[in-house]
Design a binder for this molecule. Structure first.
Ligand SMILES: *Cc1c(COP(=O)(O)O)cnc(C)c1O
Length: 367
């Protein structure tokens, strides 16, 4: 029998995949650079930390981790179903909303299938598509770095299996309004899977922000994805959820590991959901930070894009990422998106925001 190498055996589309590049842990980076006391404004985490009620719930639940978790996430499902006014069966939980994207690809994407999404946007869209052998179809944002919905619609072909709208969009912070969104969805083929990634929806401030959940009722081939990683401050627990038509939810459920949401994660998410005060405090801090940072960045002559999220895209000049990092301020470089003069900065606490501005000023004055 002829021996085949691993390289010959691995699925070609998987071998060709460019893996997701997460930011380095802060400790590792400090060791490499020989610095300390740095701040991380790179991953859109909540600067207030987790909700104290979530932490207490996780601590209480820890004594029970010899048990398997509730595979149906009954308590969290019931709470969210009441909150969002959807049937319990319309909810699908994931190990972060990242896993929901994988469940979508697993259920709907194979070789020859196309997935249409805007670009620059969330790096996981091409990764999950290629992971299942599908073809990513990135559609450039418009000149204002906003989703070009007519162009997205025009990219849909007979081979399109999924269209994704990230609203508000990561890494630009920009959003589309209800009128444009509704017009776009109305014109979509009825049974084409529409995924609306609303990871930052709780931060959105524009008054005409689209009601994507309402579309789930009117158009069952719609999945709205949300997460506990951002405003709820639980990125390390890994809880995301999707709201979909019941039939679609059932297909996604079939691909889900029975215990994908661990016991601590469910307990923490449930407590965070009920801590409305923490969410409001996070919203307030973020809105104030966004306004102040925008003003200060603009005063430094940096272009800033309007944001409906907890981060800002700003054009500060090439080399900013490294210069800030040397001063212990870690942000996200945008060179990989073809924006070498831009950085994405998470809106932090007032002290963190001040350090960012100071470091930027120091760098610019030294040039
Ligand atoms: C952070 C983020 C997610 C999901 O993160 P999880 O931690 O996996 O829930 C999804 N989409 C976008 C656009 C994000 O920025």
């Amino acid at each position: 029998m002829k021996q085949r190498t691993l390289r010959e055996r691995v699925k070609p589309h998987l071998a060709a995949l460019e893996p997701y590049q997460p930011g380095k842990p802060i400790e590792e980076l400090e060791r490499e650079l020989g610095i300390e006391g740095s701040i991380k404004l790179a991953s859109n985490e909540n600067p207030l930390g987790p909700s104290p009620r979530a932490v207490a719930a996780v601590e209480r639940a820890a004594a029970g981790v010899h048990r398997y978790p509730d595979g149906a996430s009954f308590a969290l499902r019931a709470a969210l179903s009441e909150r969002l006014e959807v049937a319990p069966g319309q909810l699908v939980f994931g190990c972060g909303s990242d896993e929901l994207l994988e469940l979508v690809a697993k259920a709907f994407v194979g070789p020859g299938d196309e997935v249409v999404y805007a670009w620059p946007s969330f790096a996981m869209y091409p990764i999950v598509t290629q992971g299942m052998g599908g073809t990513p179809v990135p559609v450039p944002l418009d000149d204002a770095l906003v989703h070009d919905l007519p162009a997205l619609a025009a990219a849909i072909t007979d081979r399109t299996q999924v269209v994704i709208v990230c609203n508000p969009n990561n890494p630009t912070g920009t959003s589309v309004g209800a009128e444009a969104f509704d017009r776009f969805v109305e014109a979509l083929p009825e049974d084409l899977l529409l995924v609306v990634d609303e990871a930052y929806v709780e931060y959105a401030r524009r008054p005409d922000f689209p009601d994507a959940l309402a579309w789930v009722e009117r158009r069952p081939a719609t999945l709205v994805m949300r997460t506990f990683s951002k405003i709820y401050g639980l990125a390390g627990l890994r809880v995301g959820y999707g709201v979909a038509g019941a039939e679609l939810a059932g297909y996604l459920e079939r691909g889900r590991h029975p215990f994908n949401l661990n016991l601590l994660a469910e307990a923490g998410a449930l407590a965070a959901l009920e801590d409305g005060e923490f969410v409001e405090r996070s919203q307030r801090l973020n809105a104030e930070g966004a306004e102040l940072l925008t003003r200060q960045l603009e005063a430094l002559g940096c272009e800033v894009w309007p944001t409906d999220t907890n981060f800002l895209l700003t054009r500060v000049g090439a080399g900013a990422f490294e210069a800030l990092q040397q001063q212990g301020v870690i942000v996200r470089p945008m060179g990989g998106f073809g924006l070498p003069e831009h950085i994405r900065v998470t809106i932090g606490t007032p002290e963190e925001n001040e350090r960012l501005i100071k470091a930027l000023r120091t760098w610019r004055e030294s040039r």
